[in-house]
Write a protein that binds this ligand. Sequence first.
Ligand code: HEM
Length: 478
Amino acid sequence: MTFWLYLIFIVLILVFYFIRRVYKYPKELDFIPTVSSFKYISILLSNGGQHEIQKLIRESDPNKIGLVKVFDFGWKIHITDIEYAKSFLSESDSKIRNATQNSNKYFHWKRNEVSNGDHWIRQRNIASTAFNRALRPDMVAECINEFIMLLNKWADIPIDVLSLMKRLTIQILGKLAFSYDMKALDSLEEQPYFLEIYNKILQHLLNHLFTVFPFLNSLPLKRNIEFSSLIKEFDNFIFKMIEQRKLEISKAKNENENTDLLAEILDSANYEEYNYTNKELRDNLVNYFVAGHDTSATSFAFSRDIQNKAREEVINVLGSTSNLPTSENLKDLKYLTAIIMESLRLYPPASILVYRKPTKSLNLLSKITIPKGINISVNFWQIHRNPDIWNDADKFIPERFINPTKETKSSWIPFSIGPRNCIGQNFSMMEQKVVIALTLLNFEILLPPNAQHLDEIPLTKNLLLHPKKIDIIFSKLK
Ligand code: HEM
């Protein structure tokens, strides 16, 4: 009996010691307010969503220090103040490394958002030029015509907007990346091949058990065997597409036939010099799909009044027929641009930045020092809803972007800023404007009761913001 009591006592001490060790943070972080772990975990375990998590984060910093620390499989810092964010995001890559993620290792990708150093610089140089050269509103408009045809078939029937937008972006990215028809808009009943495999891979990657215990990935389990064969299948698809497109490009007589990302990358002066391999091409192209396909799910969630005003502007600029917009037209769509900016303010698709780790201790604004090795992120949601910067911060008011103040202009950062900002920013803004403008010319958008209140669309707790479920009705304009 005494033996067992001793044993239980020793085990309790070990557990206590272990929890204290894991839970302990460097004393330099003492001044940073702590988000209650109990409340945080309760929200994660309950059905709570992003609104609840972010409310807790805001309430944890009543003195507006501009940073909080959260225990989430280790201590993590969220920057919630724009000035600290600017200072952090402008740091060079040599001082801050993106934290590696499972997907890096197990999807065999070197994803740009999570790769570092020379590898990242090399990819970024090639991709920036290619992105700017491959931007074409007419290419997006081609896909929108297919989209409108699909909506015509589904007019007056509620459609899940998240899966609809996923299809549209996959279709557009297929054309942008390799002039390939992904067949994502042929029908709403059938899942396109690419999305089917890709979604299965994501399901595997998002398995919490394998994230918490990464060694499980190396065991000969049924799940791992299935996963490897999915990756093989996915690779075959992408490599085949690359080869097919390379062949078409080599045969093309006219330069305009070549405008897509793959063609621009192959054409890049640096391509030869860097001795770019097919494997790197695949990593990059897949990367654009991952970064770009899931990012505009709340685009259609705006009220009837706002819609009417935007439609009026679109008709003024484009005329009432579905003329394809030019880059000049898009610049004139000021109100529509303001709507998109306001959606991205309230619902930044990446609610927080992928965590980064300083490789040396980091001084921000000569005010605070963060020790090396701590995970840090910028919390875009908090910066976008700071009541000291934004009037009626939680309200959807597009007009605030018509004549923005200097302060609001520099506090709008859904695409991040600094050397690692979003490479698809211009493309994405162009894409959203064309999509919304042409949809408004053809349809009235009717929102379901759970999204009528645009200031608080129900969201999941994923870091990439997803509405819980919004079924939208597209009703043909008479
Ligand atoms: C509303 C749409 C989008 C938003 C809000 C968004 C936001 C972001 C953010 C916050 C980052 C991280 C930047 C950082 O680490 O500082 C990022 C990175 C990136 N995004 Fe986007 N993105 C969008 C659409 C797209 C699209 C359509 C593409 C491609 C077609 C794309 C490609 C990328 C790439 C390649 C990176 C990694 C850049 C690097 O590490 O050098 N994004 N994006």
